[in-house]
Design a protein around this ligand. Structure first.
Ligand SMILES: *[C@@H]1O[C@H](CO)[C@@H](O)[C@H](O)[C@H]1NC(C)=O
Ligand SMILES: *[C@@H]1O[C@H](CO)[C@@H](O)[C@H](O)[C@H]1NC(C)=O
Ligand SMILES: *[C@@H]1O[C@H](CO)[C@@H](O)[C@H](O)[C@H]1NC(C)=O
Ligand SMILES: *[C@@H]1O[C@H](CO)[C@@H](O)[C@H](O)[C@H]1NC(C)=O
Ligand SMILES: *[C@@H]1O[C@H](CO)[C@@H](O)[C@H](O)[C@H]1NC(C)=O
Length: 395
């Protein structure tokens, strides 16, 4: 698969489908104001909290959560199977996933393998399908992340989790099938050791990597997908062939949230560790100037773009494009986000104003599952489920 060009192809295919499904396209809108606290048609509802006890053996950690969420997880795993079987109708691929995938991928390092086995057992879903569910976030996450600081140097980190492109459009209510199926699986997690919070995250039940989280008082971290020709497919093939020195991107994010103890340490690990798929890491710290977008290839770091308030750079924004390149013309969430940040002005940066920006189309779009707002210094972490009723762009 040719990363960028096939993404472009998919966008175009989807654009046509979407244009047929709805006619008048106000793809953008004026920067929203006073949308916080969340209410109205773009707010689907709150996200429940669960505790994950890191003192339990990995096999047992997810039992309570997955007992609650087993039926929602089955729905999404089945809709992914439908997608696969639509491409290869014999059912052969799913047979391979169920029977061969665990063996092909071999041992995962750290707690992940035992955690996935525990999830498979408690839900009754075959381990190969749980592993696939865990891998698929390495490929289809289209997001917006923002770190901004106010005039006093107080940081706010916000993100929209946009997920589910490629994977089926529901013509009855103009929604993405997988995006909708992920909403009931969305959870806030409080990871604890010795009954004390180690980190907090927003995630999907059944996924053991992390894409959005923070360590109160220390740092915040979000991961955005990066599409590149030297993409994650090569990484997975190398992994299967036995070259296991690289980390899965959702797993490195989890490891950093769980075990790093400072912004500097987190930054170093995210810059230096070999990873299986290209990615953007958006990392915020606990004081002025501590915020960066790390643009990663699988093997090396291409760019670290830092906040520099003295030079007037009081925010960084990342969607899914390298900052030195233009975004794909049908997907310019970046300019919209920056324009609204400029409109807001540095004086007025706060959780409510970042929520306003993340509520403005097309930063908010039909792929948006949830919005997370993090204030590291105050220890504040909030996630809200989103909807984007018509008229609204598909991504
Ligand atoms: C759209 O329809 C699907 C399937 O009936 C449902 O699960 C989903 O919640 C609906 N979404 C909205 C925004 O109405
Ligand atoms: C954990 O701490 C909470 C209060 O923060 C307390 O209510 C609870 O009993 C503690 N649990 C254990 C197992 O110590
Ligand atoms: C964090 O560190 C502990 C202790 O070294 C280790 O057992 C655990 O697997 C690490 N967590 C992750 C997610 O790598
Ligand atoms: C900020 O983070 C550093 C580590 O990066 C830590 O030493 C310091 O105590 C933190 N400051 C506050 C106010 O929590
Ligand atoms: C935002 O403001 C900066 C600084 O004035 C400017 O360079 C940039 O072009 C503006 N961006 C947008 C999208 O308005």
């Amino acid at each position: 698969m040719q990363g960028r060009s096939s993404l472009t192809f998919v966008f175009l295919t989807v654009a046509v489908t979407w244009a047929v499904a709805q006619h008048a396209p106000p793809w953008t809108e004026d920067c929203r104001k006073s949308t916080y606290p969340p209410s109205g048609p773009t707010y689907r509802g709150p996200v429940p909290w669960y505790t994950i006890n890191l003192d339990l053996p990995p096999y047992k950690r997810w039992h309570d959560l997955l007992t609650d969420k087993a039926s929602s997880l089955k729905i999404i795993v089945n809709s992914l199977k439908d997608v696969v079987n639509a491409f290869v109708p014999s059912g052969k691929i799913m047979q391979i996933v169920d029977q061969k995938l665990p063996g092909l991928l071999g041992n995962f390092p750290g707690p992940y393998e035992e955690e996935m086995k525990g999830i498979a057992d408690v839900t009754g879903i075959p381990l190969g399908e749980i592993i696939s569910f865990n891998i698929f976030y390495e490929f289809f996450t289209i997001c917006t992340s923002i770190i901004a600081e106010d005039k006093k140097g107080h940081l706010i980190h916000g993100r929209n989790m946009d997920f589910g492109i490629f994977l089926g459009w529901n013509i009855n209510n103009n929604t993405w099938v997988v995006t909708e199926a992920l909403k009931p699986l969305t959870v806030n997690l409080d990871f604890r050791r010795n009954n004390k919070t180690v980190f907090k995250a927003s995630s999907f039940a059944g996924y053991v990597g992390m894409l959005t989280g923070f360590k109160p008082g220390l740092f915040s971290l979000t991961l955005n997908e990066r599409f590149s020709t030297n993409g994650g497919y090569m990484g997975v093939i190398e992994w299967i062939l036995g070259k296991k020195d690289a980390m899965w991107i959702g797993f490195i994010t989890r490891a950093v949230l769980e075990n790093s103890t400072s912004y500097e340490e987190a930054r170093n690990i995210l810059i230096k560790t070999k990873i299986l798929a290209p990615a953007y890491f958006i990392l915020g710290g606990n004081k002025t100037g501590e915020g960066c977008v790390i643009t990663r290839d699988r093997k090396k770091c291409l760019d670290v773009h830092e906040l520099d308030p003295e030079q007037g750079r009081w925010y960084v924004v990342e969607t899914n494009y390298d900052r030195w390149k233009n975004p794909f013309f049908l997907d310019d969430r970046r300019t919209a986000a920056k324009m609204c940040l400029n409109h807001t002005t540095q004086d007025k940066i706060s959780i409510p104003t970042i929520y306003d920006i993340l509520s403005t189309k097309p930063v908010l779009n039909k792929l948006t599952v949830f919005t997370t707002l993090m204030d590291v210094a105050k220890g504040q972490f909030e996630t809200y489920l989103r909807d984007c009723p018509d008229p609204c762009i598909g991504w």
